[in-house]
Design a binder for this molecule. Structure first.
Ligand code: AKG
Ligand code: FE2
Length: 341
């Protein structure tokens, strides 16, 4: 059983350790817990996810080093003009996440409230990669690229284990999802939300990241202890609950692609980053109070770009028709990406 009291609205903490070393029964139990979490909430705190703590710490160190470079140095690794080319550095205000708003006028309106964040994206770097990475010149930050390339592999190993568990939890062959995730068409995103006058966030004049769902299969998020991440309540639309940092865990969530693929059985839940929760200090927020900077690192898992998926076999049948047409992985993600810039 999950550790939480009301498993339909709060995010359970799931320990993968028994699945690493345990019996078939332990593996099945963990798989079921993960599946239930993704079906009911779309989110889980995952412990013993396979990315060692010292590696996570090192990733945050590199992220801090990168974002503290002079602006002119960060701009030497610019995110390409094309929205689908999710690589390199995006400065504060460049990207505006929108939830399924694709026409120009609505996108322009959404951009009036800026997301105050900067990001660096990377992905696979082999010759067959569908998009080239954009690295800063090596001498600017020696070791940065090498670390992220190793980190990517560590995250991929964790991904494979989670994909197997989700498949088992759904009653599928263990390799069912892995077979669509062989090429490592994934993405790592380093995020930095700079310090900002807190009242701007609280009054909705600025955002850290607007409410959205992720696009891909699943996402694994490492966050610092600043706070501000919130997930929409599954039983009360429009209500968002805080997702505080729990040491030793990653926050794992389902993306739209897997929700669609599973005929909406697994939920891709809205989330956002606001000001950190208020601490009761007895007074009003001083006008000039600054929030702490927040750092987070997301590993977005995506199906191989050339693969087309049709409804997962256990998610449809007599009395439960397929809701969606088959869809190609790259076409789907690109369609969603176009709305971002
Ligand atoms: O920074 C965070 O905690 C959230 C990031 C996020 O949701 C995203 O990049 O999709
Ligand atoms: Fe997200």
């Amino acid at each position: 059983m999950s550790n939480n009291i009301d498993q339909h609205s709060s995010i359970p903490i799931i320990d993968l350790a028994p699945a690493h070393s345990g019996s078939d029964k332990d593996v099945q139990n963990v798989a079921k817990e993960l599946y239930e979490a993704f079906k009911n909430v779309g989110f889980a705190y995952v412990k013993n996810h396979g990315v060692p703590q010292d590696v996570v710490d090192e990733a945050f160190n590199w992220s801090r080093k990168f974002f503290s470079l002079p602006q002119s140095d960060k701009d030497l690794a610019p995110h390409p003009q094309e929205a689908w080319h999710q690589r390199g550095y995006s400065s504060v205000g460049r990207e505006k996440l929108s939830q399924m708003v694709f026409d120009e006028a609505s996108l322009a309106a959404a951009r009036n409230v800026p997301d105050v964040k900067e990001s660096f994206d990377m992905g696979r770097g082999d010759d067959g990669a569908p998009m080239a990475n954009v690295w800063p010149p090596r001498e600017i930050l020696p070791g940065f690229q090498e670390f992220l390339e190793r980190f990517y592999e560590v995250c991929y190993a964790a991904e494979v284990e989670m994909l197997r568990l989700v498949a088992l939890g759904m009653g599928l062959d263990k390799e069912y999802f892995v077979e669509y995730h062989m090429n490592k068409d994934n993405q790592i995103r380093l995020l930095h939300y700079p310090t900002i006058e807190e009242h701007l966030l609280r009054q909705g004049k600025a955002e850290r990241i607007a409410a959205h769902t992720d696009f891909g299969t699943m996402s694994m998020l490492f966050q610092d202890d600043v706070g501000g991440l919130e997930v929409e309540d599954v039983s009360e639309k429009g209500r968002f609950n805080p997702v505080p940092y729990i040491p030793g865990t990653a926050v794992v969530n389902i993306g739209d692609f897997l929700m669609r693929w599973s005929n909406d059985e697994l939920k891709s839940t809205m989330h956002r980053v606001k000001a950190p929760p208020l601490v009761r200090d007895g007074g009003d927020i001083p006008k000039d109070r600054m929030t702490k900077a927040r750092y987070s690192i997301v590993y977005f898992m995506c199906a191989d770009v050339e693969k087309t998926v049709d409804c997962v076999p256990v998610c449809w049948g007599p009395g439960r028709p397929k809701k969606y047409e088959p869809v190609n992985s790259m076409e789907y993600v690109n369609m969603r990406m176009e709305a971002l810039y």
